[in-house]
Write a protein that binds this ligand. Structure first.
Ligand code: ARG
Length: 459
């Protein structure tokens, strides 16, 4: 019925039901209700300040909005696609409670600036929640770094054994990634926290609104300068879902690594039973489903970013209804990443390295070859010659199926005449590891210092 529509005046007939079903957003934007209510309360109080409402009327509206919020909380709001979206539902409920006074709330605003204000308030809260979740995942990795201190892992490039790294160094690598994720979200938050409301439909309003008051009440940092920009601006949504895509990519890479590490072939990890599932037919199976789903779900988040880009790339100024579709990508990206982070933290905390298995094969794979080469360089052998000499020694070992440390002194003498015996001190994983010194390396003192620093930073 056109009478129920906020825009009914212009229309004679009702909206086709199929169009109502096609154009509605209430099925997904209802989760903005809290933010819609606080934004409307701030707007009403501002109208009270500037004389468009009396202060008492503004408080009446604010109180009625609280009741509507409580009704929605309690599941007492009946959502109908004929009322299109959450903004219309709440305004209709207000009018049902307050009559003509309720009909004044929308003074000096449009759903175009209202919806983006709601979404920004929602994203701001989402960022704060994500920051806490990311911090908890970081804390879990730092705890593992502390617990597995002293454990040495084979470090990989191309998934081939490369150089030894302390397990703590390995865990802290993820702490760094999630730190950048937090910084990206914090940076995104700066642009989220600019108030759109007051742009009205696209050009502003002739009514004496006070945007500064609304800004202050809602805790925005500044007021958006250009009304025409406001209703078309979804940069913050792109940035938000981009930041989430990076989180998802980090989680996915980690998950892939641990899927590999939990195979019989690697057997580096003892995944907690509570985070694995079994097979309906193979009684022995313990599958890393949580990790696999973390890897799999990243696709949705990244797809959401594509969706948003495709949504905005062809839009002329200012509001276009296409923009209604932004919310599903935003919500889904958040839900997915928050869900992944929520299980990642306890999974990391409860996963132990199989130290014996790792140690038993640690001397395999020439993890000390690069340190041996650096030992030659330190003794004056040109880098390229040292590289070649060690390459030759490795080839010799492969022929004999032995390790570098198993070669006779003579082999090292050939590479570094007169000082071959000294080079033994660079061989073996323990020596190789102890040799690291550079800032940011896996040098034990450096790693210990960083674990301490992270512990302090994450309290
Ligand atoms: N449901 C709409 C959305 O989510 C609200 C804004 C509608 N604005 C309009 N001019 N039709 O984008």
């Amino acid at each position: 019925m056109s009478g129920q529509k906020t825009w009914g005046g212009r229309f004679t007939g009702g909206t086709d039901r199929r169009v109502e079903a096609f154009t509605e957003s209430i099925t997904f934007d209802r989760r903005l209700y809290r933010h819609d209510i606080i934004a409307s309360q701030a707007h009403a109080r501002m109208l009270g300040e500037v004389g468009m409402l009396t202060p008492a009327e503004a408080e009446q509206i604010a109180a009625a909005l609280d009741e509507i919020g409580a009704d929605i909380d309690a599941g007492r709001m009946e959502f109908r696609i004929s009322l299109e979206d959450i903004h219309t539902h709440i305004e209709r409920a207000l009018i049902a409670k307050l009559g003509d006074l309720g009909r004044k709330l929308h003074t000096g605003r449009s759903r175009n600036d209202q919806v983006v204000t709601d979404v920004k308030l929602w994203v701001r809260d989402a960022i704060d929640e994500l920051d806490a979740l990311l911090k908890d995942v970081q804390a879990a990795f730092v705890a593992s770094a502390g617990r597995e201190a002293g454990v040495v892992l084979p470090g990989y490039t191309h998934l081939q054994r490369a150089q030894p790294v302390l397990a703590a160094h390995y865990f802290l690598a993820y702490v760094e990634k999630f730190q950048r994720d937090r910084e990206r979200l914090a940076d995104c938050r700066k642009r989220v926290n600019i108030l759109p409301l007051g742009a009205a439909a696209l050009a502003g309003t002739s009514l004496p609104i006070n945007r500064e008051s609304v800004r202050r009440q809602l805790g925005f940092d500044t007021v958006a300068r250009n009304s025409l920009d406001v209703s078309s601006d979804r940069d913050f949504a792109l940035e938000f879902v981009f930041a989430l895509s990076v989180v998802a990519a980090h989680l996915s890479g980690w998950a892939e690594e641990w899927v590999i590490w939990s195979t019989t072939e690697f057997n580096f990890l003892d995944l907690p039973d509570a985070f694995c599932t079994g097979s309906s037919i193979m009684p022995h199976k313990k599958n890393p489903d949580v990790l696999e789903l973390t890897r799999g779900k990243a696709g949705k988040v990244i797809a959401g970013l594509q969706q948003l880009f495709l949504l905005v790339k062809g839009l002329p100024l200012a509001y276009n209804r296409d923009l209604q579709e932004d919310k599903t990508a935003i919500f889904d990206a958040f839900d997915t990443v928050a869900g992944c982070l929520g299980v990642a933290a306890p999974l990391v905390r409860e996963t132990k390295l199989r130290r014996d298995v790792i140690a038993a094969r640690l001397e395999d794979g020439f993890l000390d070859a690069t340190t041996l080469m650096e030992g030659l360089i330190a003794r004056g052998v040109p880098m390229r010659s040292a590289h070649e000499a060690v390459g030759n020694l490795v080839r010799e070992c492969e022929g004999k199926r032995c390790r570098l440390a198993d070669l006779p002194d003579a082999a090292f003498e050939a590479a570094c005449p007169g000082r071959g015996a000294e080079l033994r001190g660079t061989l073996g994983v323990a020596n190789a590891l102890a040799a690291f010194t550079s800032v940011g390396s896996t040098a034990p003192l450096e790693v210990e210092r960083q674990v301490r620093e992270w512990r302090e930073r994450l309290v």
